[in-house]
Design a protein. Structure first.
Length: 521
């Protein structure tokens, strides 16, 4: 999982204005009253109610937390002379943490309440020192934020001190303040809570994506061969790599590249059997400069050879060496081979006789075949595809060619569609971009000469860093409009169709088929 800096993460926070404004209104008033009023009777009634008497929906922190009961309120009022000096001390020091005053305030509140009202006390102190303490006042929620940050950010974080809300709160807000560098400290009062909500949403999406990949990987494990189909930009190649990582059991792209059990090739019109299976390749013979030919394995045959290899155990008097595994490499681990753009090559010619050997029912020695160059091998070698080799192909619906992918080959693969809607969820697109994409695709489906094969997937809305873009207008100008014009080239009424598609893309837009307006939020 790629980690962000805390600064990068904070940039994704869209400040909740109503929440922020409520906090920014009451907190300065609370500080003023605590500084200037020795008797609770002299406090502004609305402010006192907000912090000591309200029983639910407290504005400073929305977490479900404990509040003072009526009896507890009366006891606190009767002993206000003990609370007032502590509140005043804390309120008078806006730039210096008042550790001891906080501890005394906790003890005093505890003395006059039936339960340990730590959360309620923390709420008071956080409101008195908003420049120093964060608005998450429940200890378990603050710990949850620390834990989430550790798994998501690359910054070095301080240790979480168990049962020390004050120190943890102070450290957390210092981190946020350093990351955001606000002009006004009150600008970030909602950030801790909104960071927690943001990370919760990210984790939910990641869990959903992990479940999606897990489902597809388990399907591949059962059926051996899969083709991922879908509109352009739906993340089929990305999904294929993640399925491979799941099946091989590695966590990063670097580990996948280094494991030796992953293969990748992209088909194209000039790709042939000699590239994929085996063929004669030119070589220079000796120093004469004359050209000869030698038989060499293609990329897929080399991959299958590796999948067959197992390491033997050294016995006394012997040395360990490579052996061919007799049952098709079942002990050699799982090997995944990805063929990108599988339909862009002439599949039947590229696979040749291996169309039989890749059949899930004929894996291993029982599916052995003589290759086209078998007579050039000693003993006319038989070759098979091991049972531990899994094949993933990807293809765009728009490029599908029945001629290049005949029915004998199609029968040997399980076909899995990756929809544009799934890609939007998998790539974590925000609701605005999801809405634009959905409306545009609905309009594409209703456009004469196009259809669902021409849908656009979520990848068109990602930047070079793999994150959703912020400028939806630039996506239209530089990515979607040129693509759609190419789709429509040669069809009648191109300008009118482009205008209709652009209208559907914009907020509040509709498609020509009367599907109505899709909400952006």
């Amino acid at each position: 999982m790629e980690k962000l800096t805390l600064r990068e993460l904070c940039r994704q926070v869209a400040v909740h204005e109503g929440w922020h404004d409520s906090y920014a209104h009451f907190v300065p008033l609370f500080i003023r009253e605590a500084r200037t009023k020795a008797r609770w009777e002299d406090w502004d009634k609305d402010v006192f109610y907000e912090y000591f008497e309200r029983s639910r929906e407290q504005s400073v922190s929305s977490v479900a937390q404990k509040y003072f009961t009526h009896d507890e309120q009366q006891l606190l009022k009767q002993n206000w002379h003990e609370l007032a000096p502590l509140l005043k001390t804390i309120a008078e020091h806006q730039d210096e943490p008042q550790w001891e005053a906080y501890k005394q305030l906790k003890k005093t509140v505890r003395r006059y309440t039936k339960q340990d009202m730590r959360t309620a006390t923390n709420r008071l102190v956080a409101a008195l020192q908003p420049r120093l303490l964060c608005s998450i006042v429940a200890e378990h929620k603050l710990k949850e934020l620390f834990d989430r940050l550790r798994s998501h950010v690359s910054d070095k974080l301080p240790l979480y001190e168990k049962h020390d809300w004050f120190r943890n709160s102070y450290n957390l807000l210092a981190l946020v303040r350093d990351a955001v560098k606000p002009d006004d400290p009150m600008d970030i009062v909602t950030y801790p809570w909104q960071l927690l909500e943001l990370l919760d949403e990210i984790d939910k999406k990641r869990y959903g994506m992990d479940s999606y990949i897990e489902e597809k990987a388990r399907l591949l494990e059962r059926v051996k061969n899969i083709v991922l189909t879908g509109a352009p930009g739906t993340g089929k190649t990305y999904l294929a790599r993640r399925m491979a990582m799941k099946l091989i059991d590695v966590a990063t792209d670097e580990e996948l590249a280094a494991c030796g059990r992953f293969g990748f090739v992209q088909f194209h019109p000039s790709y042939d059997y000699t590239d994929f299976v085996e063929g004669l390749r030119p070589t220079f013979a000796g120093g004469s400069g004359s050209v000869g030919f030698e038989l060499r394995d293609g990329v897929f045959k080399q991959f299958c050879r590796r999948a067959m290899e197992v390491r033997s155990v050294a016995l006394p008097g012997d040395s360990a060496g490579v052996q061919w595994h007799e049952d098709g490499g079942a002990a050699g681990g799982k090997y995944v081979f990805v063929i990108d753009e599988i339909n862009r090559g002439e599949v039947s010619k590229i696979f040749g006789e291996l169309f039989f050997a890749i059949d899930p029912g004929y894996r291993g020695p029982k599916g052995s075949v003589a290759t086209q160059y078998a007579n050039l091998h000693k003993g006319e070698e038989q070759f098979y595809v091991p049972e531990n080799v899994y094949i993933i192909g990807t293809m765009n619906d728009i490029d599908r060619s029945v001629e290049s992918f005949d029915f004998a080959m199609r029968r040997r693969f399980t076909w899995v569609e990756v929809t544009a809607e799934e890609s939007a969820d998998n790539m974590g697109l925000p609701q605005d971009l999801k809405g634009r994409m959905a409306r545009l695709n609905a309009a594409i489906s209703d456009t004469e000469g196009l259809g669902c094969a021409y849908h656009v997937g979520g990848a068109y809305f990602l930047g070079p860093d793999g994150k959703p873009v912020s400028d939806a207008g630039a996506v239209w100008r530089y990515r979607l409009e040129p693509l759609l014009r190419e789709y429509l080239r040669g069809l009648p009424g191109v300008d009118d169709k482009m205008e209709m598609l652009h209208k559907a893309y914009e907020p509040g837009g509709t498609n020509d088929g009367g599907h109505g307006t899709a909400a952006d939020n």
